[in-house]
Design a protein. Structure first.
Length: 24
């Protein structure tokens, strides 16, 4: 599940840089 979340976060990060920062 965690890995899946990272993939989603990365995809969302492409659309919203702020989400990428949260993932990091």
């Amino acid at each position: 599940i965690l890995k899946r979340g990272q993939e989603l976060g990365r995809v969302l990060g492409v659309f919203d840089p702020k989400l990428k920062v949260i993932e990091a």
